[in-house]
Design a protein. Structure first.
Lengths: 199, 259
């Protein structure tokens, strides 16, 4: 345990994902040894990000305005929507420069054991987006693990009556992993070879 | 992969067991905490290192519903998985069939709840779960029936089988036929005769009571031809009964569908 404010800093850092007590301590002492202007810049970015960044009212991606960069871009194909679990999955797919449509962030995957059902995700918002008939294909790019697969199954069944083309990236993606860890070549190939989901 | 831990007495505490993965939780950047109901060691919580990276050899083998053969070493707080081989992956076929998936998830959650103490051997619960998952994957019976049969037998193994052949309170045999009672009281422990009927007891259809009996006994010929409304009523009673005895809700049950 350290004195007051230093311990508070360690506690706060320790609450970040992927940071254990030891890591929190290491970061805290790194910050204490860092030039004050650098730390101030970090602090102001942290404050700014919480004040300015919000979620796109259309797709749920992180955005600095009401709508995200992708939803505002007229060059993006409005007839294809790629459904992902988290905003970080959009970043992973954008890197491959293969997909030119738009996105929809669910905010997670269906996980009944954790009490998360379809209604706890942005499924209703997706249905609303699809109701005007402008979208002809929905790609279900949930994680290539069991929960992601089950979520895709649920959505495919939900979308069936709409008569859209419902696809899923090819199974070249290793099962059990997170989409964000897939390398660009594999992910690119998975998108190219996406298969029709028939439920 | 980290090497095996060396204990104070310089011996490495490695052990091998097989089990069903019940649940996984993210840990740090790319690890997962995996909860497994094992054959010999009861419920075990262990770390799978790097399994969320798509290149992991382990990832798919440590997904829920997978029957895995494991080599673990005893860690200070959590054990660590050093090898995992798939015995049978029940999850794949379930994930493409939503009603079966949700029934299966409720089975996993129930198995976890019925094994509250870590590392307490409880082989009958393990065997029941394997049997239940196999039945679910075979697609012969309605998934909700398979789930309800599993729940009833899990209760029986734990010593909480509902009284279906006698009054739960006074023991009068066959209260449905002898006293014309259709009282099913969860807190009392099942069917009761007319005079023992507590206030607030349910009055299920005779066919629903018969269905519960069939499921508990494994009489599938009878269970398979039961009517949907009796299946729904049976599910409701079984769910209430399980949650009463666990003093805990099974969150997955809310998401299970009747097909
Ligand atoms: Zn957007
Ligand atoms: Zn009685």
């Amino acid at each position: 345990m350290y004195e007051g404010i230093v311990q508070s800093l360690i506690d706060e850092l320790g609450r970040l994902p992927g940071v254990g007590p030891k890591g929190a301590q290491r970061i805290a002492f790194h910050l204490l040894a860092t030039d004050a202007t650098d730390v101030r810049r970090l602090a102001s970015v942290l404050v700014e990000v919480t004040e300015r960044v919000r979620f796109c009212r259309i797709c749920g991606n992180v955005a600095e305005e009401e709508e995200c960069r992708i939803c505002r871009d007229p060059r993006r194909d409005a007839s294809v929507i790629c459904v992902v679990e988290e905003p970080k999955d959009i970043a992973a797919i954008e890197k491959i420069r293969e997909f030119r449509g738009r996105y929809h962030v669910l905010g997670g995957a269906i996980s009944p054991i954790d009490g998360i059902g379809p209604d706890d995700l942005r499924t209703r918002e997706l249905m609303v987006r699809l109701s005007d008939g402008a979208v002809t294909e929905v790609i279900l790019a949930t994680n290539p693990n069991l929960e992601g697969e089950a979520t895709a199954t649920y959505l495919a069944r939900l979308l069936k009556p709409l008569g859209l083309r419902v696809t899923r990236p090819a199974s070249g993606l290793p099962v059990g992993g997170d989409l964000e860890y897939a390398d660009e070549v594999t992910l690119g190939r998975a998108f190219e070879g996406r298969r029709l989901l028939d439920v | 992969m980290a090497g095996p831990a060396v204990r104070d007495n310089d011996t490495v505490s490695l052990y091998r067991d097989d089990g069903i993965v019940l649940r996984t939780q993210k840990l740090g950047e790319a690890d997962r905490i995996v909860t497994i109901l094992t054959r010999r060691n009861g419920r075990v919580r262990a770390v799978g290192k790097g399994v969320r990276r798509t290149k992991s050899r382990f990832g798919a083998r440590l997904e829920p519903f997978t029957h895995v053969d494991l080599l673990l070493y005893t860690g200070r707080s959590l054990d660590v998985i050093t090898q995992a081989e798939t015995v049978r992956a029940y999850g794949g076929p379930l994930a493409v069939d939503y009603p079966r998936y949700t029934s299966g998830t409720a089975m996993l959650e129930t198995a976890e709840r019925f094994t509250p103490v870590e590392k307490e051997p409880i082989i009958r619960q393990f065997l029941l779960l394997v049997g239940g998952l196999r039945a679910l994957g075979e697609r012969v019976h309605d998934p909700r029936l398979v789930l309800d049969a599993y729940l009833l037998r899990t209760l029986a193994v734990a010593g909480y089988a509902p009284a279906l052949d006698e009054c739960a309170v006074c023991g009068t045999p066959d209260p449905v036929n002898t006293t014309g009672s259709r009282s099913f009281a969860v807190p009392a422990g099942g069917l009761t005769c007319r005079s023992c009927r507590p206030p607030g007891a349910a009055s299920p259809a005779v066919a629903t009571i018969a269905l519960m009996r069939s499921l508990l006994r494994g009489d599938w010929a009878q269970a398979d031809i039961s009517q949907a409304r009796h299946q729904v009523e049976c599910s409701g009673l079984v769910a209430a009964y399980v949650q009463w005895h666990l003093e805990h809700s099974i969150r997955s049950l809310r998401h299970v569908e009747h097909v």
